[in-house]
Design a protein around this ligand. Structure first.
Ligand code: SAH
Length: 229
């Protein structure tokens, strides 16, 4: 019975064409992949239910947009698995009034999820082509509270700092100090940290008055954080 359900779901995904079909796939994704694994933060679940993930992936992989996996978005980069997007979003304990920095715009999907929850999102992408595409896509989709910039996110975005929260969606070997500096007191940073191309730890760092506390949340694989020079 379970196998039959999976086969039917896959067939439905591959033949989905209307907005209603995609809405059904999103509801299924939220229930089976995200809530089932323990995400409960309502604004995160609502965002995952509303942001049309299929609009952020290349035409060729659209049928797989709501599958339980990361997908290629061109230039050797990937859009993260839906559960990881939701998990990282929930971990930041976001409030409506927050200003958030994302490093690694990619398709713009994670930025869109954040932007439906918070006041404003600033996002930096090192591959210029991806940055331009994401900027255009987010503009067309009317995500008016997202600012996209092309460049090396290692230095953060000092002109727009300080931030309530920062999310890095590429795997770094260490936490860039500039990102810590650009957090408000009480601010949260989530970043995959670990050896190049290996399994990394998703680290949640919180900036207190005189110290930084760090917590390892789970093991993850991410495309590497690259540098401009
Ligand atoms: N958040 C994206 C997926 C991120 S994939 C989405 O929702 O689609 C990681 C992205 O980080 C890639 O696009 C990669 O080019 C970018 N990246 C890697 N190193 C970077 C750096 N130093 N500064 C900014 N972006 C970087």
């Amino acid at each position: 019975m379970k196998t039959l359900t999976i086969i039917l779901c896959v067939l439905f995904s591959i033949h989905a064409t209307s907005q209603e079909d995609y809405a059904i796939l999103r509801k299924n994704m939220v229930e089976k992949q995200i809530q089932a694994r323990g995400v409960t933060h309502l604004p995160t679940l609502t965002a995952m239910l509303n942001v049309p993930r299929h609009e952020f992936v290349p035409e060729a992989v659209k049928p797989y947009a709501y599958f339980d996996q990361p997908l290629p978005i061109g230039d050797g980069q990937t859009i993260s698995q839906p559960y990881i997007v939701a998990f990282m979003t929930e971990a930041l304990r976001l409030k409506k009034t927050d200003r958030v920095l994302e490093i690694g715009t990619g398709s713009g999907y994670q930025a869109a999820v954040l932007a439906t929850i918070v006041d404003s999102v600033y996002t930096i992408e090192i591959v210029e082509k991806l940055a331009l595409e994401a900027k255009q896509r987010l503009k067309t989709m009317k995500y008016n509270n997202i600012l996209v910039r092309s460049g090396d996110g290692y230095h953060g975005w000092p002109e727009k700092a300080p931030f309530d929260a920062i999310m890095v969606t590429a795997g770094a070997e260490t936490i860039p100090q500039a990102l810590i500096d650009q957090l408000k007191i009480g601010g949260r940073l989530i970043i995959p940290v670990g050896p190049h191309n290996g399994v990394r730890q998703l680290v949640l760092a919180t900036k207190k008055k005189n110290k930084i506390t760090k917590k390892n949340l789970m093991s993850v694989r991410f495309v590497p954080f690259t540098r401009d020079e």
